[in-house]
Design a protein around this ligand. Structure first.
Ligand code: MLT
Length: 266
């Protein structure tokens, strides 16, 4: 695994393959390994970059807002000499991708938003997040189980794929409690990005698992209406993590979109 000091924080990242760069931004409370199937499938044709957010995976914790995540990403891209990558953010990775668009406009060549939303938290969601942050600081990340995994995965996966349940549980249990608490606070404070999406002018794909209960397909449709000319694809039999639950369908959707986006980009 690679690492670099970015904005004073040790950021760990994967960097495999060569070609057009694509950056995959992980969800909460996971880490870059959630993208292992995408690294395998795409690194033959693309340079696949998979950072761990500060406080997750191999990255050291630090103060965290969505803007900090976005600036860490910009710093990492500078460090790697990457200009105009394709950005794919899932859930919290999508929130950070939208913060990146706001803070670093004109730096991406295509956008993929998976299982995320452009709207901020409701008051109630914000309160719950802050309570959860306090509980995680006090009692550790194990208190997130089993509820978090049950919300992340779709009913079909929960019923038939104990291996995936185990994989997600162990990613959650390996998370750093301070990193998790700070990310909860960062998500609670995030801005509304719906207006920003109306100005996106790069090829955009919106993906959502049909069984996603955290950011349901209605959220994906709303984002798709906001981004002019975007493609919306729903993945059957998957919940909030279609890249893991239905990795072949997810990868095929992404690769087909990118082949088409290349044509659109000339
Ligand atoms: C995620 O998957 O990143 C989180 O579920 C996002 C959220 O809690 O809003």
């Amino acid at each position: 695994m690679n690492s670099a000091t970015i904005n004073g924080i040790e950021i760990s990242y994967g960097d495999r393959g060569s070609g057009r760069p694509i950056v995959f931004l992980h969800a909460f409370p996971l880490n870059q390994s959630m993208w292992n199937d995408q690294v395998e499938a795409l690194s033959g044709d693309y340079r696949v970059i998979t950072p761990d957010w500060r406080g997750f995976g191999g990255s050291s914790p630090g103060p965290a807002t969505m803007d900090d995540f976005a600036d860490d990403l910009a710093g990492l891209l500078d460090h790697l000499g990457v200009t105009e990558p394709i950005i794919c953010g899932l859930s919290m990775g999508g929130y950070a991708a939208m913060a990146f668009l706001r803070r670093h406009p004109g730096r991406i060549s295509a956008l993929i938003l998976a299982d995320t939303r452009s709207t901020p938290d409701t008051e109630e969601a914000r309160r719950t997040r802050l309570e959860t942050a306090a509980s995680v600081r006090r009692d550790g990340v194990a208190i997130l189980l089993p509820g978090m995994t049950q919300r992340l995965l779709g009913q079909s996966t929960l019923a038939t794929r104990p291996d995936i349940v185990e994989r997600v549980n162990s990613m959650i249990l390996s998370a750093n409690s301070e990193g998790v608490a700070r990310a909860l606070e960062a998500m609670a404070a995030r801005e509304d990005s719906t207006g920003l999406l109306r100005n996106v002018d790069v090829p955009t794909l919106i993906i959502c698992g049909e069984e996603d209960v955290l950011t349901p397909p209605a959220e994906a449709s709303q984002m798709s209406r906001a981004v002019h000319g975007s493609q919306l694809t729903l993945i059957a039999g998957a919940g909030h993590l279609p890249n893991i639950e239905k990795s072949a369908e997810f990868n095929e959707t992404v690769m087909a979109f990118l082949r088409n986006a290349r044509t659109l980009n000339g």
